[in-house]
Design a protein around this ligand. Structure first.
Ligand SMILES: N[C@@H](CCC(=O)N[C@@H](CS)C(=O)NCC(=O)O)C(=O)O
Length: 232
């Protein structure tokens, strides 16, 4: 399978799950500003919405929207510990948390990254985030993971969003249970492996781009020299 991602973005949530499941995914970087893949192809041919993540299966099926990709991956792997069985009470509570992270947490954090968002707007978002974090702090005071006793799909997503706190000036020290949770999650092997996979994919692309730039430079110098010789 292939995961379309952007370093540090919410595509990190399914990547944690891929590693939690012991699976492998090819990582394809998306230039979110240009909506382009490294090959120059238009990413909107993969996901017309233009945002990451998108998951492409071996059969070429495309899935988008983080909560859906997480459910798809867990269900396909039969990982009922990570996402309880359809129809069970525990499943609905896990989905309740997944939706909370998507709609209430992620989409309150993301406007704070938007350079077009005025400072007052960012301050309003920070106040809203405070309410959500306060709720999460209570939840994590009663249980170790966001949807219960065990690590689950919503943790992949919750950790991803919470890890942006420092970048947008949200101080987690006011929410000690959340701060401790983020600290523990950062040490989880799947999270460490996902970070390494992102960094490796990013570095490989950087090297490829540098090599292409060097090749173009050499070609340009050679044709300039040829022109000079011809003129002499
Ligand atoms: N509802 C989407 C949200 C994904 C999202 O917000 N992705 C951000 C990165 S964290 C993005 O790609 N933004 C670029 C854009 O919206 O054009 C999902 O669940 O996949």
């Amino acid at each position: 399978m292939k995961l379309y991602f952007s370093p540090g973005a919410s595509s990190f949530a399914p990547l944690i799950l891929v590693h939690e499941l012991g699976k492998k995914a090819k990582l394809e970087k998306v230039d979110l500003r240009e909506k382009k893949l490294a090959s120059g192809k238009d990413y909107r041919a993969v996901n017309p919405k233009g945002y990451v993540p998108a998951l492409e299966t071996k059969k070429g099926e495309i899935y988008t929207e983080i909560p859906i990709i997480l459910q798809y991956l867990a269900d396909k792997a039969g990982a009922t510990k990570l996402l309880p069985k359809a129809g069970s009470k525990a499943r609905y509570h896990a989905l309740e948390m997944l939706n909370f992270v998507a709609a209430e947490l992620h989409k309150t954090y993301s406007p704070m990254f938007n350079p077009a968002m005025p400072e007052e707007g960012k301050a309003a978002m920070k106040q809203r985030v405070a309410l959500r974090l306060s709720y999460l702090n209570d939840v994590l005071g009663k249980q170790p993971f966001v949807s219960g006793k065990h690590f689950g799909v919503a943790d992949c997503y919750a950790y991803t969003v919470l890890s942006w706190s420092g970048s947008v000036g949200v101080d987690l020290s006011a929410y000690p249970n959340v701060a401790k949770y983020v600290e523990l999650m950062a040490k989880r092997p799947s999270v460490i492996a996902a970070k390494k996979a992102e960094a490796t994919a990013f570095e490989a692309l950087k090297k490829k781009a540098e090599a292409a730039a060097r090749k173009a430079e050499t070609k340009k110098a050679a044709s300039e020299k040829k022109a000079e010789t011809a003129a002499a």
